[in-house]
Design a protein around this ligand. Sequence first.
Ligand code: 9UX
Length: 72
Amino acid sequence: KTLSGQFRIGGMTCAACVNSVEGILNKLPGVKRAVVALATSLGEVEYDPTAISKDEIVEAIEDAGFEAALLQ
Ligand code: 9UX
């Protein structure tokens, strides 16, 4: 089973930030695919809900020094 979550990510000011956040997300256990867009400050994450929760994804982004809010 795969669910999809959308997150608003604050604090990304250059393309390297995007790569950093994508790298962090894609290494999280349970995350199958993560795509982050600088222009919209949005991240889309496909994940296995038995392995990770949306709240844990938010926490991982914030632990990396960015702000994160769950959209859906
Ligand atoms: Mo760019 Mo982001 O120089 O954490 S990498 S601002």
